[in-house]
Design a protein around this ligand. Structure first.
Ligand code: ISE
Length: 336
């Protein structure tokens, strides 16, 4: 049994406590922590009567009864918790992003490499989605030749007024940044953003929609339409144009209805429903791999690559130019 401590009992934290407690085999939430007492109570209530309650993340991390930690705090708070958990030698699941700056990501990477143990998995759950995995299997089969161009859409029905232009990269496109780099197994070298006419539903701090264009080392182009006030649903698409065919990611299976001379089908309205299975799968895998000390999912280096790609896109949002993406160092052999 893997004894897990969860740091951060907000909406996402509680969703992971529920998943670990009720839908994951081989794991038990033995402690939760949050600076807000009411959230600790809510989190612990899901985990059950034996769950310890902490205000301080350091106390949770250093509790010998905790084998592994889940970090589900806001991104700016990740670095400190990650460094403490590495020092304590605990297995870590960290929600995206790894850290909010590339420098902080490198500090965490250095600490993990120095520890000599593979500890960190990052919460890019799309790698566990059935549809993306089918696309990956088709690409890896070689039957369709090399991928040349990917058309992606990332549409949300709406976002709150606190959501700004840069968040279209950091919160939203970050998923395509990771999953497309994984699909084609190539690193991004440049980023560009084209700003179309703005929807009447966007508030003043938000340019919406945006067309983001990334290019990989070998020349593959990924274009991602991010449209977070599309109004009609949570609509994720990915089409890969290859030398010998086109692969289109399947959509979730819903019935089609025929009525009044029309055909209709459900579209999900949020990521928790759309990627329900993927969240469960990523956590179950992380628990299963704990016994072997393996991190099979996205690791800290993937988190660093996502951070520098996001930084380039944010620069491109204002410069209007093609921005280059250059890692500050070579990928450590540790992550090979
Ligand atoms: C949110 O944080 C997510 O992770 C969703 O998948 C994404 O669609 C949304 O735009 C983000 O705000």
């Amino acid at each position: 049994m893997l004894h897990v401590g969860v740091i951060g009992c907000g909406g996402m934290g509680r969703s992971h406590i529920d998943r670990l407690t009720n839908r994951t085999q081989g794991a038990e939430v033995v402690a939760v922590a949050d600076m807000v007492d009411a959230l600790v109570e809510k989190g612990a209530a899901i985990a059950g009567p034996n769950c310890k309650k902490y205000k301080s993340e350091a106390d949770l991390i250093n509790d010998p009864a905790v084998d592994a930690v889940f970090i589900v705090t806001p991104g700016f708070a990740h670095k400190e918790a990650l460094l403490m958990a590495i020092k304590a030698g605990k297995r870590i699941f960290c929600e995206k992003p790894l850290c909010t700056t590339a420098e902080d990501c490198l500090e965490v990477i250095d600490a993990e490499v120095k520890s000599g143990k593979h500890l960190i998995q990052l919460g890019f759950m799309r790698r566990y989605d059935k549809g993306y995995n089918e696309v990956k299997a088709a690409l890896d089969s070689g039957e369709y030749g090399s991928p040349l161009l990917l058309h992606c859409t990332h549409r949300n029905p709406e976002v709150p007024d606190s959501y700004t232009t840069a968040m279209a990269v950091h919160d939203t496109a970050i998923h395509e940044i990771d999953v497309t780099h994984w699909l084609v197994n190539d690193d991004f070298v440049s980023a560009q953003v084209i700003m179309p006419k703005v929807t009447k539903y966007a508030h003043t701090e938000l340019a919406d929609p945006q067309l983001m264009i990334l290019q990989t080392k070998s020349g593959i182009v990924v274009e991602d339409e991010v449209f977070v006030n599309c109004k009609f649903g949570y609509d994720i698409n990915c089409q890969v144009v290859c030398e010998d065919g086109v692969i289109e990611m399947p959509q979730p299976l819903y019935p089609t209805y025929r009525k009044n001379a029309q055909i209709s089908q459900t579209i999900d309205t949020d990521c928790f429903v759309r990627f329900y299975g993927a969240y469960d799968e990523e956590v179950q895998n992380w628990v299963n791999e704990a016994a072997e000390g393996v991190i099979g999912g996205p690791n800290a280096w993937d988190g660093y690559l996502a951070a520098i790609t996001a930084d380039a896109l944010v620069r491109a949002q204002t410069s209007g130019k093609v921005e280059t993406i250059t890692p500050a160092k070579e990928k450590p052999a540790f992550y090979a």
